[in-house]
Design a protein around this ligand. Structure first.
Ligand SMILES: [Zn+2]
Length: 313
């Protein structure tokens, strides 16, 4: 038996502009307590980006004084859509717009390059897994959870008995594209919100930054004539300011967040009827600074990128 400190696993989180890396020893201890970022270079195509992942690995090993020979395996996450095994969607993805990415097996490419086992999850599932294990600790294998991550879109993850439910095609936990009831959520005369995916009335069409930009802000500006945000162009920039307005109690922003909260509540109700998880987590950029919640509990930041809060202890 090798001693627990004789080998490590490395986690690589791939994003639009940066890779973030960490190291975990065999006893489950993180050797890094901060963001360690290097450029991800995803816009330059898969060959350059895979080399950037290798550089992220070498950089974190150097930072932690760890030899490459001590690395037993890597965990990789990227934004989706991708297959359960890390093949980027053949139809492309927001982060992987270059045609060479379409259908590219990023997990397999990194594994071949490093000659080390690479385990893949999409970033929302990785965040869900992390929240679950931090919250439940050694008992993680005995519980289930659902995570919703509200950001540009609405990502999610389903954890059962401590493991990610990936689904046959990697689509499990795509909570953003679940249809939710709109009756009683929409204002009278408010158009049915639409989503990038082609659906109308799904969770992401309301509970995401894109939903604010595309649906909620344009509508509510018609009901708050002369509001300052109507003069901010383009509307994408105005959408990003809604959170700050909400923190200051702005009535328009509060109507938007009220609708988002209702959408998330309805989404979790559907989740309850499907799998009845032990716990619900809510996180992401949109929720990060909302410190005054209905329950009065403070958000619990359990991940470097995703701030996750337990909604039903
Ligand atoms: Zn959708």
């Amino acid at each position: 038996m090798r001693s627990p400190d004789s080998w490590v696993v490395v986690g690589l989180d791939n994003g639009a502009t940066s890779n973030n890396a960490t190291v975990l020893d065999a006893s489950g201890r993180f050797l890094v307590d901060r963001l360690v970022e290097t450029p991800s270079l995803v816009q330059e195509g898969p060959d350059v980006a895979v080399e950037a992942l290798v550089q992220a690995l070498d950089h974190i090993l150097e930072q932690t004084g760890t030899a490459r020979t001590s690395v037993r395996a890597l965990g990789l996450d990227t934004p989706g859509p991708a297959s359960a095994d890390g093949v980027i969607s053949s139809k492309g993805a927001t982060n992987f717009s270059q045609p060479a990415w379409h259908g590219f097996d990023v997990r397999g490419a990194l594994e071949d390059r490093l000659e080390l086992p690479v385990v893949y999850n999409n970033d929302a599932n990785a965040a869900a897994l992390y929240a679950h294990h931090v919250h439940f600790g050694p008992d993680a294998g005995s519980y289930s959870s659902i995570s919703a991550v509200v950001g540009t879109g609405l990502g999610g993850g389903v954890i059962e008995a401590g493991r990610v439910v990936r689904g046959a095609a990697g689509m499990a936990g795509e909570l953003g594209h679940v249809h939710i009831p709109m009756q009683g959520l929409l204002d009278e005369g408010q158009p049915l919100p639409t989503c990038n995916c082609g659906f109308a009335g799904d969770a992401e069409s309301v509970a995401s930054l894109t939903g604010i930009e595309r649906n909620l802000l344009p509508y509510w500006l018609t009901r708050f004539d002369g509001h300052e945000l109507g003069r901010v162009q383009p509307v994408a920039e105005a959408a990003k300011l809604v959170r700050d307005y909400g923190e200051r109690g702005d009535p328009l922003a509060l109507r938007i967040f009220e609708q988002q909260a209702m959408a998330l509540g309805r989404l979790f109700t559907i989740a309850a009827n499907f799998i009845d998880p032990s716990t619900y987590f809510l996180g992401g950029g949109l929720s990060r600074r909302r410190r005054t919640s209905a329950t009065g509990s403070r958000p619990r930041c359990v991940s470097t990128r995703h701030c996750v809060r337990n909604r039903r202890p």
